[in-house]
Every structure is written in C-alpha cells, then in structure tokens.
Design a protein around this ligand. Structure first.
Ligand code: CO
Length: 164
C-alpha cells in the first residue's frame, strides 16, 4: 500500500512539475562540415547552451581549434566528428592547426528569454492547468493527490488510535 501511495504521489509531483505540460526552449545541436579545406558554415551564430558538431568530410585530417583555447577537437580523420557545448556567450574564433588558413567563427548569444506564457508564475500556471481537467492537464492528478493526502491522514490517525 505504501509503495502504491508513494508512486502515485511521485506521479502527481511529476505532473505538476514546471515544464511538464509546456515544452521549454531546448538546446540545439548545429553542424559544421569540414569540406574542401574550409568550414561550412564559416560563421555560425548559436544560443548559449547549444552544441556544435564538426564533421570532417575531407580525406585530409583537420582540427577545429579555438584560438582562445576554449575547445580543441584534435586531429579529425575523414568521417570523424567532434562536439562542443557553448555555455558562455561570446565570439569564438577557431582554426585548423595543420592548415591555419582554415578559419571559422562561432558567435554565441545569450539564450532567448522565456516567452511571457512560459514565464508566468507557478500559481496561475497551476490554476490554468487545473481548469484543463482530465483531457488537457494534471487537474485530475491534483484531485487524486488531495484524495491521497486525505487517505494518508486517515491511516495516520488510525495508527495513532491503535497505539493509544
Ligand atoms: Co585543416
């Protein structure tokens, strides 16, 4: 019985957790191809938290090496890939160590601010979801949770009465 209550309460918490109903902005992965001794695209603008994956399509080995030291792929043979996640906004120039004429730039901008809808306070958000009822949201989970809390209080009261 206790296990059932715990798992149902866990489901309730998960259902009410922020972002369970609306999908938050997700980090993206961008691809830079290394082909014909060049990076394509040579300049790429991404958001903080995004990941860039370089893939070498040339028969010659290349690197993607940040001039500021933020990242270094090491030598990538044909078909090899290297990924780096950019947490901090900024401009990251990079080059190929064996071929310094190969240059590229990653521009990392701050992640977009949440939309007004998704940044609304948790209280109105919960109220809004509760109105969605069985079909649209965790309203039924809220009712179930309250029911379980009442049942738990009842069990505790009976246990206390048995002891006393
Ligand atoms: Co190269």
């Amino acid at each position: 019985m206790r296990t059932v209550v715990v798992s149902l309460l866990a489901a309730l918490v998960v259902g009410l957790a922020p972002g369970a109903a609306s999908s938050p902005a997700r980090a993206a992965t961008h691809v830079v191809e290394i082909v014909d001794f060049a990076y394509a695209p040579a300049t790429l603008t991404i958001q903080a938290g995004d990941t860039v994956t370089w893939t070498n399509l040339d028969a010659d080995a290349h690197t993607a090496t940040a001039t500021g030291g933020a990242f270094d792929s090491g030598l990538l043979d044909e078909g090899d890939s290297y990924s780096f996640t950019f947490a901090q906004p900024g401009t990251y120039d990079y080059l190929c160590t064996p071929h310094p004429f190969m240059t590229g730039r990653i521009v990392v901008v701050a992640a977009a601010a949440p939309t007004p809808a998704s940044s609304a306070g948790s209280l109105p958000d919960v109220a809004m979801r509760a109105r969605q009822g069985w079909d649209g949201g965790p309203g039924w989970q809220l009712a179930l949770g309250l029911l379980l809390l009442a049942a738990g209080a009842l069990v505790a009261a009976r246990a206390a009465a048995r002891r006393g």
